[in-house]
Design a protein around this ligand. Sequence first.
Ligand SMILES: [Zn+2]
Length: 689
Amino acid sequence: MSRLDFTLEHTAAGSGARAARFQTLHGEVQTPVFMPVGTQATVKGQTIHSLKATGSRVLLANTFHLLLRPGLEVFEKIGGIHRFMNWDGPVLTDSGGFQIFSLPTSRQMTEEGATFQSYVDGEVHLLSPESSIAMQKAIGSDIMMVLDQCIPATAPRAEAEAALELTHRWARRSLEARGDSAQALFGIVQGACHADLRRKSAEFLRELPFDGLAIGGLAVGETPAQRHEFTGVVTDHLPTNLPRYLMGVGTPLDILEAVHRGVDMFDCIIPSQLAQRGTVFTSHGRLHLRRAVYKFSDEPLDAACTCQACREHSRAYLHHLIKADELLGWHLLAIHNLTFYHRLMRDMRESILQDAFLPFHERMRVELARDDVRHPAVKPKPARVFRYPRLGDYEIHPGAGGVNSIRQISSGEVMHSVNRPDDEANRLYVEQSFLARRLAAPGAATEDLVVWDVGLGAATNAMAVLRCFERCQAGANGAPLRPLRLVSFECDLDPLRLAANRGSYFPHVRHGAPQAILARGHWTHASGGMHWELRHGDFLALLDLAPAPDLIFYDPFSFKTDAALWTAEAFARIFAACAPKPAELYTYSAATAARVALLSAGFHVGAGAGTGPKADTTIAFTRPEGAAAHPRRPALFGNDWLARWRRSSSKTPASLSPEARTALENQIESHPQFARTTLTETQSSEDTG
Ligand SMILES: [Zn+2]
């Protein structure tokens, strides 16, 4: 016959949640119940009056700590813990098993018990099932616990089974030691996270004359999901006519889930421990009172709470106490947290008795998981934005038609921003320059065809040149091609690195050549017919050292980003470098400023092929006869263009001095390109011939 006279009042529909009551030597207990932890015969920082005010009914005391201090003799002489601490309610004592398990220093486990050294006086103690019960008898608790061997919840099966067998043998010895004492005694189900062992343990212990059964070995390393699962595994095999106690658990959410699975009794240090750190549970989520958002808050901690802290003090004051590490802050916040726990237990009991636990559970499992909803500590995260790969100042830029390009982050400029990069490279540079025809012309010259690739970037133009060479090579059937020498200028290799390392974004670089350029700075086609070299650095510093070009594919960033490469001075340098032989320059820009700069440098300039939405681009020749010799015979700018330019509000760069502006205007007006086409309108007409 149970010493607790346990009465199951109701089990909630659709849930394992139970409301029950039982009688102890110090009065009735209604469940579900939360037991504050009074390790040293005191709940830290609380008086018995403040405890009662929070709704505390049963206290938990620790046999292990009380055995070491004040010791068995004190309780024998004073007459038990109730008189000792002036607590007239029920007390449950644990056995010391968990503390032995937690001992930082060495301890020895034998069949007899656990031998360990006191942290108080260094004395060696043996804690056995019998000595634990003797101590708990001296303490005079209403509910005693058997000594068990506690192991991590994650312990492997063999270890868990050995601990379980020892715990079962100790359970029998504990019952024996209890004898005819009026104090109740609970057995402890072990078995770590092994369902069959948990079941075996529950079925073994339920056959013994215990007054209640506890679930041990949880909240020691398992996940919350495992905790909930194994709580359910055990309660499935516990008798309905005994109280069930989940040891050391837990958060309000843990407790809600365990009640849902049929547990009646709980203990945990969390309400007091979190209070010390300034964390409280409220009806609108957890609050972390150390946060500065409460510094000027005149409102109560929780308007829905009637505890002393909420009734008498503001958040600002409690925030101050916690920041100042004042004991009163801990005291008040612990009062609030304990009140919160006890109210939660009462609310659960009410909902069970009204058969409304399921909706309560559904609502509270959301509410109890919240942090301060009105002052969230973490700003709501924006939806995770996919970011294209980056390297240095460059990132991959998704282009039209699924073809990617590269964007310079600092300037925002996208390489080949308007058209598909590969299309633009082919149409603007490879096709317009008739590269293939130059390479494969009958009896092709043995002299290198030198192509300058100004602004290697992600090697879009260079690879278009290379592919063109490979097509010519394949179509030549062994006939000799003109040797091709491609000279790429680039000061920053990050765009090519970015593209070469992300071949999935840039099919055009899936070739050994870009990797060779990155690794060695040059690459030669297996036929020996094409050589590609990198001139790494500032174009204007390097161009004089490069072989004179036949074709220039001029594709640096725009004037806005890289102004130095679009000046008359820059083009004059290029023009000079081309001097040994006729050369052609192709560029995507159709800007008047660029064309004026080219003209002033001595180039003969006309409109290049349009690509995509671009109506035209720019083509320039170093020799007057260049355009006429070009297979497409592009028209150079003539009278019309010059007339438009004269009317233009931005004829010359605004940055020029008046003298320089006049000089530039004279240069353009006197350019032989116009002299030849407009004999009447230009002042320099007599210079032509
Ligand atoms: Zn409160």
